[in-house]
Design a protein around this ligand. Structure first.
Ligand code: SF4
Length: 128
């Protein structure tokens, strides 16, 4: 299926779901409180801790003011807070590594930009 067809299909699916009052898109698996979701979140977190220094920001990152909370991959939109069942805004979903991370943490693939706070941006990110 071509990219345009996929886009059209996604737009139609979203419109249909909205009309039916359903959530526009399923939550990412790693946010789900199922055995599979919990395992996936743990596995992805472990992988990034081992490969990308996920943890408290390094001294250099601190000096540069870098943290998950201001990384372009960090999603604290309303729909994602609902998915994560965490309304504090201190935890976000990382679209780069697919796990739930603390805004106070950091990893070496941090990217400057605007974190995701709107549902629309969040759905766009999920659509890829
Ligand atoms: S990519 Fe960004 S949001 Fe994800 S763990 Fe790294 S710093 Fe945090």
């Amino acid at each position: 299926m071509g990219r345009l067809d996929k886009k059209k299909r996604l737009i139609i699916e979203r419109a249909n779901r909205k009309m039916l009052g359903e959530s526009e898109m399923d939550c990412p698996e790693a946010t789900m409180k199922t055995d599979k979701g919990i395992d996936l979140n743990k596995k992805n977190k472990k992988k990034i801790a081992e490969n990308n220094q996920y943890g408290l920001p390094t001294e250099e990152a601190k000096e540069k003011g870098q943290s998950c909370a201001n990384c372009v991959a960090f999603d604290t939109s309303k729909r994602m807070k609902d998915c994560m069942k965490n309304q504090t805004g201190e935890v976000g979903y990382c679209w780069m590594h697919h796990f739930m991370c603390s805004g106070k943490k950091w990893c070496d693939t941090w990217v400057e930009g605007v974190p995701i706070t709107s549902d629309d941006e969040s759905y766009k990110k999920q659509e890829g």
